[in-house]
Design a protein around this ligand. Structure first.
Ligand code: MF3
Ligand code: CO
Length: 257
């Protein structure tokens, strides 16, 4: 069942996703060589709680932290740890969820730590652009497959892998609602997009092969070939006149300077 949101509900979702964006901006300022992903998780949890929300991931299906922090070959769902120390040249994907006012916020951004290799910098740019191209298809009358195909076509143009084991999703009172939003697929296929739907689009793109391994910690997903992967996620409301992006990457990028 796909829940269509009212104007008021979309605004509550916007409040949540704005807080997620502000949280990502705050943590981005602390992503420096020497910091542990556990320390970053603590910053995220404190920031969310001090703004009157709770971390939506904490306890979700038993998840043990407030954010997913995935470094280099980790694709998504990296568990923050005292043993993972950020170093120059890393890429760090931070996925954050909030819960307040009865609704959920959910967005992700991959940060570069200092100078990263040129091919890795391109991976980040292409993944973000794939997200933008998918988002441009998120309008009433299109289908989920139009989003999926736009993401896949753009990423594969560069020889990158599109991870298939995980996908985007509807967003509302629950973090994962229908429909699923795959990052690969065919134009014109899949569920019809209607005004009032709110979805998360979240390409997970690999520099090498698209195959992933699910680690034995029960959460972390990494590339099989251990090449780097990037992950960017937007929450988007489907409106008559096109996509209404509820996440704000400008807040993050302006704070990085
Ligand atoms: N943000 C992820 C998603 O987009 C969910 C995180 S899994 C959790 O689906 F367990 F950490 F919550
Ligand atoms: Co999501």
């Amino acid at each position: 069942m796909i829940y269509l949101k009212t104007e008021e509900e979309i605004e509550l979702l916007r409040d949540n996703n704005l807080l997620v964006s502000q949280t990502l901006a705050e943590v981005g300022r602390h992503i420096k060589p020497g910091v542990t992903t556990k320390q970053l998780d603590r910053i995220i949890e404190d920031f969310i709680r001090s703004h009157g929300a709770t971390p939506a991931f904490l306890g979700y299906q038993g998840y043990p932290a407030s954010a997913c922090i995935s470094v280099n070959e980790q694709v998504v769902h990296g568990i923050p740890s005292d043993n993972i120390v950020i170093k120059e040249g890393d890429i760090v994907s931070v996925d954050v969820g909030t819960f307040m006012k009865g609704f959920v916020g959910d967005s992700a951004y991959t940060f570069a730590v200092g100078e990263v290799a040129e091919d890795v910098r391109q991976l980040l740019e292409v993944t973000k652009e794939a997200l933008y191209r998918g988002t441009a298809q998120a309008k009433a009358g299109n289908r989920v497959g139009d989003i999926s195909a736009a993401v896949q076509d753009y990423a594969e143009r560069f020889g990158y892998g599109v991870v298939r084991e995980l996908e985007g999703h509807g967003l509302g009172r629950k973090m994962h609602e229908e429909p699923g939003v795959p990052n690969y697929g065919a134009r014109g296929r899949g569920p019809l997009l209607k005004e009032g739907m709110v979805i998360c689009i979240e390409p997970m793109i690999t520099m090498g092969n698209r195959a992933v391994v699910f680690e034995r910690d029960g959460w972390t997903v990494r590339t099989r070939d251990r090449k780097p992967a990037a992950h960017f996620e937007f929450a988007v409301a489907i409106r008559k006149n096109g996509p209404d992006v509820l996440t704000d990457f400008n807040i993050i990028e302006n704070s990085l300077g």
